[in-house]
Design a protein around this ligand. Structure first.
Ligand SMILES: Cc1cc2nc3c(=O)[nH]c(=O)nc-3n(C[C@H](O)[C@H](O)[C@H](O)COP(=O)(O)O)c2cc1C
Length: 366
């Protein structure tokens, strides 16, 4: 092959070796991926401004001058302000009652600890703004916006030499963000873990590539192998945005029960539903999903109220070891995630397989 298909413009501009971008909440995974030649974006929506600052410092110590990103979310349709207690008092009655009955049906005790999900920044609009200030003050190389249009921060970020990426699930959102001037757009398909839109990866990526012009497009959703990486490049993407594949890695701090569930899971063990957060989201199926499919179940409450309902049950499941109610965001590429490998190995295996695929397609005949 004359040209190296993995040395995309995005790779060259970032000064990295491989077009593999890891989304992770785990600092150790991020450092391992970056030091293996990939790029990592640390999910910080659940952290206070002080914790975000400490994580940025930690990561800089581990990766030196290599670039990295921080992911925040800026959802439009949540209350402007409000403490967890204020918001809990506003949970709609039908959904609150249904969850109380569910807890009785399954003998789910109250959590022992404060639910981890109460720390999520996006339950109101105020917290993400405070998180953003720290990211700007620290001149983080890339700010990724996982939810909501980051147009409002572009001038401030660009003035500091930072790049801003926007994650989108629909071509219309991509158009708006590209016109606003984002530095890259992540076209994320329905196959993805976490909050995701209705369009499959195979459709959304070339749709966004077709309108992106010079703005690099990164493909996300269901990417767990080198064959997916090669496929994404063929669709016109300049890199892949990956989440699920890192969850059961050696360095990952994900609970061992969840790791085992992920290693055993098939694509059909994931569900696309708004019953976790009130926004559509792909996660591992668990009893909570079954409950919301009962004929007597109300529709899930809007965000962030549904998430607050789920937060309590999720924490009880952890505190009282109830695996049936344990779940995690997981994408449809989970079938290929079958062993607990070090993150560095995952990067190198993906790259090697992608080159093998390109060779199979473009190599010389024997
Ligand atoms: C456990 C987990 C948590 C996630 N949380 C966030 C988040 O806080 N912000 C965000 O932008 N994306 C989040 N995502 C989605 C990822 O950014 C990414 O889009 C997705 O994982 C890509 O699909 P894949 O998992 O099939 O690779 C999360 C994904 C996982 C697996």
């Amino acid at each position: 092959m004359a040209k190296d298909p993995l040395k995309t413009r995005l790779v060259q501009e970032l000064g990295i070796e491989y077009p593999i971008i890891a989304f992770t909440h785990c600092k150790d995974v991020a450092a391992a991926v970056i030091n293996a030649g990939g790029f990592a974006v640390l999910g910080e929506t659940q952290h206070s401004p002080e914790e975000i600052e400490a994580d940025i410092k930690w990561l800089r110590e581990k990766v030196g001058s290599k670039p990295f990103g921080i992911d925040l979310v800026f959802p439009a349709s949540v209350p402007a302000v409000g403490s967890i207690d204020d918001l809990k008092a506003q949970i709609p009655e039908a959904q609150r009652k249904f969850v109380e009955e569910m807890k009785k049906r399954h003998n789910i005790p109250a959590p022992k600890k404060t639910p981890e999900l109460y720390d999520l920044g996006w339950v109101n609009k105020e917290t993400p703004r405070r998180q953003l200030e720290v990211v700007l003050e620290n001149n983080v190389p890339v700010l990724a916006s996982g939810l909501g249009n980051p147009a409002f921060v572009l001038d401030a970020a660009h003035a500091r030499g930072m790049k801003v990426w926007g994650l989108v699930g629909k071509p219309r959102q991509a158009q708006r963000e590209i016109e606003a001037g984002v530095d890259a757009v992540i076209a994320q398909g329905n196959d993805a873990a976490g909050h995701t839109g209705p369009i499959g990866t195979f459709s959304i990526v070339p749709q966004v590539v077709a309108i992106a012009g010079d703005t690099p497009v990164i493909a996300g959703g269901g990417v767990t192998t080198g064959r997916h990486l090669a496929g994404a490049i063929a669709l016109g993407a300049q890199g892949v945005w990956t989440g699920t594949v890192w969850l059961p890695s050696r360095e990952s701090d994900v609970d061992m029960i969840i790791k085992e569930k992920l290693l055993a899971a098939k694509a059909t063990d994931t569900a696309y539903s708004n019953c976790i957060s009130g926004f559509t989201m792909r996660t591992l199926k668990c009893k909570w999903h079954e409950e919301w499919e009962r004929p007597d179940a109300p529709r899930p409450a809007p965000a962030p109220y549904q998430l607050l309902l789920f937060a309590d049950v999720k924490q009880s499941a952890i505190d009282w070891n109830m695996p049936d109610f344990m779940t995690e965001a997981a994408g449809q590429g989970v079938d290929f995630v079958t062993s607990m490998k070090p993150a560095r190995q995952i990067v190198l295996d993906m790259v090697e397989e992608a080159y093998e695929v390109f060779d199979q397609i473009c190599g010389e005949d024997e």
